[in-house]
Write a protein that binds this ligand. Structure first.
Ligand SMILES: Cc1cc2nc3c(=O)[nH]c(=O)nc-3n(C[C@H](O)[C@H](O)[C@H](O)COP(=O)(O)O)c2cc1C
Ligand code: SF4
Length: 603
C-alpha cells in the first residue's frame, strides 16, 4: 500500500515489525512515531490507528501525541523539509533574507508545501548552532551550518534536481566545536572508567558526601544542589531508581551540551554511571533533543564501546557495585520538554505537559520510580569531582557558585563559541575575550534569562549575581533591542504547550502588542499592558516557561526604553488596525474621497 502525498509515493512501512522492535510498549510511543515518520515521511491517520490498536491505546491518545510535537506531521510535507533556525542570532546573520531567497527560487511560500509536494520551507526555534549560523535542518536530521547566498542558490538547484541529501557538499554539514577557552570541563577528557573506579573505591556514602561537599549546583538553570538531589533520590523508596540526562538544550542561544555530547560524550555517560551507582539505578536515559538527532549514531557507538569495556551494561561479571545501562530517547521538537517533568512525560510516550509538583521526580518520576534529572554539564562536573574531590571543586568559583561554567557565546563578536570560566567571572571579561566591540547589551541565560546593559558589564556570572544556564548572546549598538525582545516573545508564544490559560493566552497577547508596536500603531497604553501581562504570567502560570516568558520584555523596557518609544505612534490609545484604511472600500463604493470621508488621524 502506498500513501500519495501530493505526487510523492511513500511505501507504507511494516508497522508490525516496527512495534515488535519496541516490544509493543506504549511508553515508547514517541520513539515509535519518530521511526514510523522516518520511514513514511509523515503520519497518516490509518497508520496512527494501527499503532493505537497494537499498543492498546485510543486513536485520540495517539493523535494527541502526534499533534503535540512540531517534528511530527499528520499532514503530508515536502520530500525535502527545510527548516531555518530562527533565533535572533541567525537573523542577525541574515537568515531571513536567505529564507526569502530560497522560497523564491523554489516557488514555495514560507510554511507551505510546494504544489508538487517536493519541498517545504519553514522556520523553527533555535537549532543549537548559534555560533555557526545561519543554520538549517533538512528532513530533521541533516544539519547545515554557515549558510550564505551562494550555498542557498546551489541548494535550490539540488532540490530542483532531486539530488539526495547524502550527496550534497560534505562541508555544508560540518559542525565545529569552537572551544575558545577551556578550564576544567573543556580540557582533555579523563580516560573512560577512571572516575568511575575512583567513585567505586570511595564507596556510596563517601562519594555522596564528596558531592555534597563540592556544593555543585545543577547547570540546567534552576541551580538545585546536585549532591542533595542525589541523596534525596537514594532515600526515596521504589523498586527501581532512574537516571536521566537532560540533553534537550532548547534555550535559544545555548549550544554547550551539543559540544559536550560530541567531544566529551564518554565523560557525560561516566557521570550518569556514577550517579546510578550512588542512587542505586539500573536504568538511565539520555533525552536528546530532536535537533541533535545527527549525533545519535556516534552516541550509540560510544555506549556500545563502554558496554564492550564493561563500563556499562547489565550482568557485568567481576565488577561489583553497579549494573546499569542507558537508552537514548530522541525528542521531537518541543522546548517545553526540557522542563524535567515534561521531559519525563515525553519519556513515557506522552505529550510533554509539565506535571503538577509535588511529588518531585526524586520521589516519583519516570513511571513513578524515584528519578534524577540532570543537565549534561552537571554530569561532566560530577566526573571531575569523583576524580579530584569535593573540596577541590568547591575551591573554584565563589562560595555559593562553585566550580566552572561553560558559556555558549554568539551574536556580535569576533570569536563565537564555547568559553569556560570559574564562577565569579565578570561579564566584561567574557566580552573582551570573545572580541565584542561597541556592545549595547548581553542576553545571559537565553530568553528566559536576563538582559544586561553596558552599565552592568561589571557584574559577575554566579547564582548570587547573574545566574545562567549557558547562553551568552551579544548585541552591539546597531541592534534594535525592541526587535530582539519581539523575537523572544514570538519564541515563547510558539513554544507554549497550551496546557494553562495564562501562558497560552498571555504569550499570544504579548506577541499581539509587540507586533502592534512594531507596525507603528502602539501607544504608552500598550507598554502598560505589557507590564500587566508580565505580572500575570509570572504569578499564574503552571511551569517555568510561562513564568519567564516576559523576562526579556521586562528587562528591555526597563533598560532600553527609547527602543520601544521609537515605535510609539501615539502617547495615547491607538487601535491595533488602521480604521481609516478599513473604510477605503466604503469610499470606493460611494465614490467619495473628500476630507469628510476620512477619519481624523490621531497624533
Ligand atoms: C521551559 C523549560 C525548559 C528547560 N530546558 C532545559 C534544558 O534544555 N536542559 C536542562 O538541563 N534543563 C532545562 N530546564 C531545567 C530542568 O527543568 C531541570 O531543572 C534541570 O534539567 C535539572 O538539572 P540540573 O539540576 O543538572 O540543572 C528547563 C526548564 C524549563 C522550565
Ligand atoms: S506555563 Fe506554558 S508551557 Fe508551562 S504548562 Fe503552562 S502553557 Fe504549558
Amino acid at each position: 500500500m502506498t500513501h500519495v502525498a501530493r505526487g510523492l509515493d511513500y511505501v507504507k512501512p511494516d508497522i508490525d515489525a516496527l512495534l515488535a522492535r519496541f516490544n509493543r510498549d506504549p511508553h515508547a510511543l514517541v520513539q515509535i512515531l519518530r521511526e514510523l515518520q522516518a520511514q513514511q515521511g509523515w503520519l497518516p491517520r490509518d497508520s496512527l490507528a494501527e499503532v493505537a490498536t497494537a499498543l492498546g491505546l485510543s486513536l485520540a491518545q495517539v493523535q494527541g501525541v502526534a499533534s503535540f510535537y512540531r517534528f511530527f506531521h499528520t499532514q503530508p510535507v515536502g520530500a525535502y523539509r527545510i527548516l531555518f533556525s530562527d533565533n535572533v542570532t541567525d537573523r542577525m546573520l541574515g537568515s531571513e533574507a536567505l529564507l526569502v531567497d530560497l522560497c523564491r527560487r523554489l516557488g514555495v511560500a514560507p510554511g507551505r508545501v510546494a504544489a508538487d509536494g517536493v519541498v517545504s520551507v519553514e522556520r523553527t526555534s533555535c537549532t543549537g548552532l548559534g555560533d555557526q549560523g545561519p543554520a538549517l535542518l533538512v528532513n530533521h536530521h541533516h544539519v547545515l551550518t554557515q549558510m550564505d547566498a551562494p550555498r542557498i542558490a546551489f541548494l535550490a538547484t539540488l532540490v530542483r534536481q532531486r539530488v539526495p541529501v547524502a550527496q550534497w557538499p560534505a562541508d555544508w554539514f560540518a559542525v565545529q566545536d569552537q572551544i575558545r577557552r577551556a578550564d576544567v570541563l573543556l580540557a582533555e577528557p579523563p580516560l573512560p572508567g577512571v572516575a568511575l573506579s575512583a567513585a567505586l573505591a570511595r564507596g556510596v556514602a563517601a562519594m555522596l558526601a564528596e558531592m555534597q561537599h563540592s556544593n555543585l549546583r545543577g547547570r540546567g538553570g534552576a541551580g538545585f544542589a546536585t549532591g542533595l538531589k542525589w541523596s534525596l533520590c537514594r532515600q526515596s523508596a521504589g523498586s527501581e531508581h532512574i537516571v536521566v540526562c537532560n540533553a534537550d538544550e532548547g534555550e535559544p542561544g545555548t549550544f554547550k551540551d551539543r559540544v559536550l555530547l560530541t567531544r566529551y560524550a564518554d565523560t557525560v555517560v561516566e557521570g550518569m554511571t556514577i550517579a546510578a551507582h550512588l542512587i542505586g539505578a539500573r536504568r538511565g536515559f539520555i533525552y536528546l533533543r530532536g535537533e541533535y538527532r545527527y549525533l545519535l549514531d556516534a552516541l550509540q557507538l560510544m555506549l556500545q564501546r563502554r558496554r564492550d569495556a564493561q563500563l556499562l551494561g547489565h550482568a557485568i561479571l567481576g565488577r561489583p557495585g553497579f549494573d546499569f545501562d542507558i537508552q537514548i530517547h530522541v525528542g521531537a521538537g518541543a522546548y517545553v520538554c526540557g522542563e524535567e517533568s515534561a521531559l519525563i512525560e515525553s519519556l513515557e510516550g506522552k505529550r510533554g505537559t509539565p506535571r503538577i509538583r509535588p511529588p518531585f521526580p526524586v520521589q516519583s518520576g519516570y513511571l513513578g520510580y524515584p528519578t534524577i534529572v540532570n543537565n549534561v554539564e552537571t554530569f561532566c562536573a560530577a566526573v571531575h569531582i569523583a576524580l579530584r574531590g569535593g573540596a577541590w571543586w568547591s575551591a573554584i568559583g565563589t562560595p555559593k557558585s562553585t566550580g566552572t561554567k561553560i558559556h555558549s557565546v554568539s551574536g556580535d563578536c569576533e570569536r563565537p563559541g564555547l568559553y569556560e570560566y570559574p564562577f565569579g567571572t565578570r561579564i566584561g571579561r567574557i566580552l573582551e575575550d570573545c572580541g565584542a566591540h561597541d556592545t549595547q547589551a548581553v542576553q545571559v541565560g537565553g530568553p528566559s534569562g536576563v538582559c544586561l546593559s553596558a552599565f552592568e558589564f561589571g557584574r559577575r556570572i554566579a547564582f548570587e549575581d547573574v545566574p545562567t544556564a549557558g547562553a551568552f548572546m551579544v548585541f552591539n549598538r546597531s541592534r534594535d533591542m525592541f526587535e530582539v525582545a519581539r523575537g523572544f516573545a514570538h519564541f515563547f508564544a510558539h513554544e507554549s504547550c497550551g496546557f494553562c490559560t495564562p501562558c497560552r493566552v498571555g504569550t499570544a497577547l504579548v506577541v499581539k502588542r509587540m507586533d502592534k508596536l512594531a507596525a507603528g500603531h502602539g501607544s504608552r497604553h500598550d507598554i502598560d499592558v505589557l507590564f500587566e501581562l508580565d505580572k500575570l504570567l509570572h504569578a499564574t502560570t503552571h511551569c517555568g516557561l510561562g513564568a519567564s516568558a516576559c523576562n526579556p520584555l521586562r528587562d528591555t523596557i526597563a533598560k532600553f526604553r527609547p527602543a520601544y518609544e521609537r515605535h510609539l505612534k501615539s502617547l495615547y490609545f491607538e487601535p491595533a488596525f488602521d480604521l481609516d484604511a478599513e473604510l477605503s472600500i466604503a469610499r470606493q463604493m460611494t465614490g467619495r474621497d473628500d476630507p469628510g470621508a476620512h477619519l481624523e488621524k490621531l497624533t
